[in-house]
Design a protein around this ligand. Structure first.
Ligand code: HEM
Length: 392
């Protein structure tokens, strides 16, 4: 198997990983990524096939799982109940409960509220150069997910701090300080939610937390720990990736100058933004039994990296994959995953992205870059440190 000798923290790779993905893909659908010590699937067909293959799962086989270090106990106490980290049957039960509160009707009903919030944020943008990530791309999804769960808007900055500290655990350059910060954030976030859930029990409302409490109170369906973790997962996953898709998308539109093409068809534009420069580039799976893929024999417990960002640039699946084309006829890309863990929030994210982009471009038709944008060194996350623009 081809050895893919690429540091995920290398500056040039962080700024533009796609040439390295091409190089790897040209050497086979599975390559050995030295830095992660596992095979990585680079092409669309293999990534999709493994995401759907029930012989692979998210959980490390129990007999192979290592001990959790003391300083990370609080973090893994939360992760232990996260549907994102679980296989059936627990995954099926937790996901089913969340999906009941995430019906397409409920998501569609949010449109007027998202429009009003986007307009309020867009109209408050200054004339001077400013960072669009902090002023617009971040507050929009954070406030939407907080309201959906039933957490007050005023908590948004705190939710953001906890979430950033927790998801930092999944970056390549994780160290002890990042681990300690993630464990403290997990502890504080769960303590807050435990108290908040008690308040909500006494004062039910028409929100997702109340809906999940009802499932918990019905008995076997949801334990309190699962309820807390599910709220944390939704609050974190509910904005991290959307913020950076919005940022990456505006960057691409401003760099390519394709603003009018984008406005003509927001649905296609959002799909193309998701395909062309997604915010999450890699997820992993464990083999649950011996399985051979492309002549490589996985043993039980072996991991494989599924390269979403590379799959989206596979020339076998896309004509001219390196070209950003907001008129491209949409077809499934890998950005929301596939199979059992396909993103629960995809309809909400798409709605936020369409409304967020359309409102921004309508309110500020002269939006332009003032500084060259830079991606943050947080691989496998692929989002901008800041996006300096002006509106006139
Ligand atoms: C553009 C924005 C988004 C992107 C690119 C994205 C991407 C993804 C991906 C790739 C996965 C699957 C991971 C895997 O297979 O291991 C996933 C799962 C998930 N996402 Fe998203 N997501 C986005 C927005 C959202 C939003 C807005 C929410 C919540 C409201 C959300 C909630 C979740 C949850 C709960 C899961 C776990 C599903 C499961 O394990 O069954 N995501 N997301």
């Amino acid at each position: 198997m081809y050895s893919f000798d690429q540091s995920p923290t290398d500056a040039a790779f962080v700024q533009d990983p796609y040439p390295a993905y091409d190089r790897a893909r040209e050497n086979g659908p599975l390559v050995w990524w030295d830095a992660y010590g596992m095979p990585a699937a680079m092409d669309h067909a293999t990534v999709h096939a493994i995401l759907r293959d029930r012989r692979f799962g998210r959980e490390c086989p129990a007999e192979l799982a290592g001990d959790i270090p003391e300083h990370l106990r609080a973090f893994y106490a939360v992760e232990a109940h996260s549907m994102l980290e679980l296989d059936p049957p627990r995954h099926t039960r937790l996901r089913g409960l969340v999906l009941r509160g995430f019906t397409s009707r409920r998501i569609k009903e949010l449109a007027p509220e998202i429009e009003a919030l986007a307009l309020e944020l867009a109209q408050a943008l200054p004339d001077d150069p400013f960072d669009l990530i902090t002023a617009y791309a971040t507050p929009l999804p954070v406030i939407v997910i907080a309201r959906l769960l039933g957490v007050p808007d005023s908590m948004a900055p705190q939710l953001l701090n906890w979430s950033n500290a927790m998801v930092a655990m999944y970056q390549a350059r994780r160290n002890r300080a990042i681990e300690d910060a993630a464990a403290s954030a997990a502890q504080e976030f769960s303590d807050f939610l435990r108290g908040y859930v008690e308040e909500r029990r006494a004062k039910p409302a028409d929100d997702l937390i109340t809906h999940l409490i009802a499932a918990e109170e019905e008995g076997e369906k949801l334990s309190t720990d699962e309820l807390i973790t599910t709220c944390i997962l939704l609050l974190n996953a509910g904005h991290e990736a959307t913020v950076h898709t919005l940022g990456n998308g505006v960057k691409t539109l401003l760099e390519t100058g394709m603003l009018s093409e984008a406005q003509a068809d927001m649905e296609r534009t959002v799909e193309e933004i998701l395909r062309y420069d997604p915010p999450l580039h890699m997820f992993t799976r464990y083999a649950k039994e011996p399985v051979t893929i492309h002549d490589h024999m996985f043993q039980r417990g072996d991991q494989v990296a599924l390269m979403l960002g590379a799959a989206n640039r596979d020339p076998a699946n896309w004509t001219d994959p390196d070209k950003f084309d907001p008129t491209r006829a949409p077809k499934p890309n890998a950005s929301f995953g596939a199979g059992l863990h396909f993103c629960v929030g995809a309809p909400l994210a798409r709605l936020e992205l369409r409304i967020g982009l359309a409102t921004l471009l309508k309110q500020h038709p002269h939006l332009r870059l003032t500084h060259a944008p830079e991606y943050a060194n947080l691989y496998h996350f692929h989002g901008l440190t800041r996006l300096m623009v002006r509106t006139s």
